[in-house]
Every structure is written in structure tokens, then in C-alpha cells.
Design a protein around this ligand. Sequence first.
Ligand SMILES: Cc1ncc(COP(=O)(O)O)c(C=O)c1O
Length: 450
Amino acid sequence: MSAAPTNGELFARAQQAIPGGVNSPVRAFRSVGGTPRFYVSAKGAYLTDAEGREYVDLVAGWGPAILGHADPRVIEAVQDAAAKGLSFGSSTPAETELAELVEARLRVDEATPGPVEQLRLVSTGTEATMSAIRLARGFTGRELLVKFAGHYHGHSDGLLAEAGSGLATFALPGSAGVPAEIAALTLVVPYNDLDALAAVFAEHGERIAAVIVEASAANMGVVPPLPGFNRALVELAHAHGALVISDEVLTGFRVSASGWWGLEARVEASAYTPDLMTFGKVIGGGMPVAALGGRAEIMQRLAPLGPVYQAGTLSGNPVAVAAGIATLRAADAEVYARLDSAAETISSAVSEVLAAEGVAHRVQRAGNLFSFVFGEEAAAGEVRDYQAVQRQEAWRYAPFFHAMLDAGVSLPPSVFEAWFVTAAHDDAAIARIVDALPAAARAAAAAQPG
Ligand SMILES: Cc1ncc(COP(=O)(O)O)c(C=O)c1O
């Protein structure tokens, strides 16, 4: 019997067949260097690579696996659904059930509907935000979109825009292949800066269709909104007749049973009602399900009721929807309590060991999402926007990451990503992480700017 191929051999072969050897760029390890792992199975808090090595996973499929990998309830639901047919290209009862589950989780209370009165299922977060923006434009009859620097909403043309300066600017394309005319319809504003947002509304208010915002930013590392920021931005947008799209693709049903909105809705001074929300990741339990939802009045502008076209062959796919329903049903208060406590234990342990090695850093937390910002500046003060995140000693992360990987702990392969726990991160999994930390912290301490 020939030996199983190594990760290196698999990567070399993948690079022949697939651009960069990957189907999504961060998987290529460009920001940490080295050879990406090729995983062949996952169970609970653990991944197994093609060489048979086991890793404690702190990526969780970039968010969906809140229950842990291959939870038996989800696998059984998927197997049952698959046995009944993979795709009908027509409606199924399960789609309504998933929409109702989401709407119920976002109610203000028993008697009061929340921000999501109706939901449209799609397959990816990119599709959800792209469709939400088209809907906002169709509803308002306006063209401009406001986004925040460092926020990621998927890879559609108008959303890759990024502004380098602290001033609000009409965006330059953030990728080759995006026409300047399309990028110019997006205005980029520094995050957590209400004055900058107000200035943009003062100048362009009548042309702005929507503000899109990560409910809590977690794609530049974790940068939570300042208290009251989301509420104030909704008020400002509404005062100018613009909509707010709260993007909870990453936070939705992960940071609480009702996402980031749920955490803020419980604090009166922070409560707000976005017009549209987008979901992904957890809502599909690891399968391709995402969604946009919002006020019925707006949602009913979508085809077939309204003039805003939106469609998908695989939208509401029965096997994928079964995974989403099983995940949401299983994600009870105990699951969220375990996510919170695992996040607390792991982030505190990392911080303690970094401090013991003299590595200046700051722990960034948004519910059970967390990440670390390296350097004296971050350690000394608040990190509230993309510029502050970019000024960090990012070069300390690659040696830290590789020391953890060598010790069997898989972290996000970039300092600009959140760490994700699952409810399956039990004491044994956490102990393996903790055991790996001292060597990794020493590697971060010894790192030199490259
Ligand atoms: C906040 C947010 N919005 C949108 C997306 C895009 O989702 P997808 O990768 O499913 O297209 C992501 C992906 O990470 C995300 O974090």
C-alpha cells in the first residue's frame, strides 16, 4: 500500500489544478507562510489532516460549526434529507420552517416582531449582501452605498471597496476587475466614527440608498462597535431616508441566540432596528445557506411580488436547509453559555501567556468572538477602527501561528481574522490549546519585523 500523500504533495498537486491551490484565498497561508493543511475529516473540536495528524480547531469552518464538527443531530438530518432527494428546484416545507425559526429568534418579545418579518434564502453570504443592496437601491430609488473601512461583506464588485485614508472617500476598486464606475458608487467611512458618517450624509444624503455595516466588525480581527454606535447610525440613516443593512453573516446566531442584534437589543440605550439583515454561516450549519431578511414592506419588493430581481437554482436547497434547521434547533442556551465560557477561557489564557513573555497586545472581544492585536499602541488604548488594526505588529502573528500549528492547534491563518470556538471545546481540547501556548508566545516575543 502506498503511503498517504503529505500536505505538501497535496498542495503541489492542487496548485496545478486550482489557482493558488485553493478555492478561497485565505486558505493559501499567504499571510503566515508555510504549507496549508489539507483536512480529511473533522469531529467535535478536532480536525484531522491528510497525514493523519489531529488539530484542535479554532476556525470552526469560519463560524458555522457552533455545535462542533459533525454533530450527530446535524449529520442525521442531512442524511435523512439527502436520502429523499438532493434538489427539487421547487419549494419545500423545510424552507418555511427555517425562515420561521430565524424570525422567531429575532422577535423583540412574544408579542412584538423583530427586524426580520420575512426572509429570503440564498446560498452564500456574498449573495445575501449583494441582494440586500440591490433591494435597498430598488426600495429607495437611490444609488450610493456607504460601507465602513475594514468591514467585509463578501466579494461582489461594489463591496470590495476600501479607503486608505481616514477621510470618507469615494472608493477606489479594491480588486482588479472592478470597474471604477461601480466602486465609485460606494462611499467608505472609518468605523466607529459618527462624525465622519454624519459628514457623508450631510454631503450626499439624498443619494444614499443604504449603509451596510457588520453588526460587530470581525473581518479585520474583532473590532466591536462602540456602545450606541449601531443605534446612532440607524438614526442618522433614517433621518436621511436611507436604509441600514446589518450584516450578521458572521455574528448571526453565533454570538447569541439572536446574534449581535440580540445582545444590543437587550440594552435599551443600544437597541436599534435595522431595515435589512443578512445571515450565513451558522444558519446553514456548515452547508451553503445564507439569507437576507427584514421588514415585510421592503422584502416584498423582491420578485415575484416586486420589481427587484433575485433568484437561485440552489436557494433553499433541502439538504442544506436541513443542516441549518438541525443546527438552530440544537443551539440552545447551554450551547451559547459554553461558547461564551470557552471563548473567555481561551482568550484569557492566550493573553496571560503573551503577557508573561512580554508581548504587548490587546484582546479584542465581541461576545464569543475574539482576536489579538499586537504592539504597545494597541496595548495602551482602544482599537476601534481599521487604521488602528493595521498599525499593529502583525509580524508577530506568523511565528505564533506556526508554533501552535506544530503543536496541533489550528488558528486562523491571518492576524486579521476572528478566532472561533465551538460548544465541543471541552476541558481536554482547551488543555491542548493551553499546553501549546508558552512556546507560541516565546516565538511571538522573538519575532522580528520582516
Ligand atoms: C460579515 C460577512 N459578510 C459576508 C460574508 C461573505 O460570506 P460568504 O463567504 O458566504 O460569501 C462574510 C464571510 O466571511 C462575512 O464575514
